[in-house]
Design a protein around this ligand. Structure first.
Ligand code: MBD
Ligand code: FE
Length: 289
C-alpha cells in the first residue's frame, strides 16, 4: 500500500470492529449474567492473573506497562480484535462440546449482518478488477440424518487478495466479498468468489505491538468465514481453510481444525473447484414446537 490516504490503519479497523460489535444481536441479548456466574468466573480470572504475577514476580514498571497497554487497546478500539484472536477459540471449544454436525470455529471481529441475499448459484459482490485466483465452492446443507435442508442459507465473508475485509478497510467497497447465499430446495449451493489471502493483525496498533514485543507472529491462514443456517436447525458459525496454506499450523487465533481444510483443484481453467457439505443439527427450541 503506497497511498497513505488509502492505507487501512489499526485504529480505523479497530474503531469499526468496536462499533460493529456494540450493535450485534449477540451483544444486545446479554444484559443479565447471574451474580453467581460473575463471582465464579471473574474470581477465577483474577486468580489466574494473581498467580501469573507471583510466578513471574511482576514488577511495578511491568504492571504499569500492562495498564498503559490496556488503555491503548480500548482507545484503539481493539478489544474485539484482541479477544477474538486470543480468547474466543476457547469459548468456541466449550460450545462445541454440545454441538453435532459440521465443526464450528470462531466468529472473529469482522462479521457484518444484513448482506445482500444471493440465490444460488451466486457470485459474491466484488470489484471489476478484483485480484486473486477464482474459487468455485459447491456443496449441500443436510441434517444429521443426511436429509437435505430446504431453504438453507450460507452467510459468507472473507478477506480480499491482500487480506483486507470490506467494512474495515476504507479502500475496499462496502459489501465486497460478503453475501447471504440462499441454497436451492435440496440445500445445494454454488458460490463463486476469489481465494482470500492470509490475514495479518495490524502491526501499528496495540495488539500488533504486543505480538511484536512477545516475539510472536501476527498471521492467520487464509480463510472463508461462514454462518450456515436452515429453518428449524441450529446455525453453525465456522471457517474454512486451504490445504498447504501458509500459517495453517500456527494460526495466531488458534482457530484451525483439520475437518475445516479445503483442497480446491484447478482443472486448467484458472478456477479452483471444491465441494464441501455442511451438516446442521436440529434446533431443540424449534423442534419442540
Ligand atoms: C480475522 O480475520 C479473524 O478471522 C479473526 C478471528 C481475528 C482477526 C482477524
Ligand atoms: Fe477472518
Amino acid at each position: 500500500m503506497t497511498d497513505a490516504q488509502q492505507s487501512p490503519t489499526a485504529a480505523g479497523s479497530g474503531a469499526s470492529a468496536t462499533q460493529s460489535f456494540l450493535t450485534t444481536e449477540m451483544y444486545q441479548a446479554v444484559r443479565q449474567v447471574p451474580p453467581e456466574r460473575v463471582d465464579a468466573v471473574v474470581r477465577a480470572v483474577l486468580d489466574g492473573v494473581h498467580q501469573a504475577i507471583r510466578e513471574h514476580e511482576v514488577t511495578y514498571p511491568e504492571f504499569q506497562a500492562a495498564k498503559a497497554w490496556m488503555i491503548q487497546v480500548g482507545e484503539g478500539g481493539e478489544w474485539p480484535l484482541f479477544l477474538d484472536v486470543f480468547v474466543e477459540h476457547v469459548v468456541e471449544e466449550v460450545q462445541a462440546a454440545t454441538q453435532q454436525g459440521t465443526k464450528g470455529s470462531i466468529l472473529g471481529p469482522y462479521y457484518l449482518p444484513g448482506q445482500q441475499r444471493l440465490p444460488s448459484p451466486a457470485t459474491l459482490p466484488m470489484r471489476e478488477d478484483e485480484k486473486g485466483s477464482r474459487l468455485a465452492f459447491t456443496g449441500q446443507v443436510r441434517d444429521v440424518d443426511g436429509n437435505p435442508i430446504a431453504g438453507a442459507e450460507i452467510d459468507i465473508w472473507q478477506a480480499d487478495d491482500e487480506g483486507y475485509y470490506s467494512g474495515f478497510a476504507p479502500h475496499v467497497p462496502e459489501g465486497n466479498l460478503r453475501g447471504l447465499v440462499v441454497a436451492d430446495d435440496e440445500g445445494r449451493f454454488e458460490i463463486r468468489t476469489i481465494q482470500p489471502a492470509p490475514y495479518q493483525i495490524p502491526t501499528d496498533g496495540p495488539t500488533g505491538q504486543l505480538i511484536e514485543a512477545a516475539g510472536w507472529h501476527p498471521w492467520r491462514p487464509a480463510h472463508l468465514h461462514l454462518i450456515v443456517s436452515g429453518p428449524g436447525h441450529r446455525a453453525i458459525t465456522t471457517q474454512l481453510y486451504f490445504r498447504g496454506g501458509e500459517w495453517l499450523e500456527s494460526d495466531v487465533a488458534s482457530a484451525v481444525k483439520p475437518e475445516l481444510v479445503l483442497d480446491p483443484q484447478d482443472q486448467g481453467d484458472g478456477t479452483g473447484r471444491v465441494e464441501y457439505d455442511f451438516v446442521l443439527e436440529r434446533d431443540e427450541a424449534t423442534a419442540a414446537a
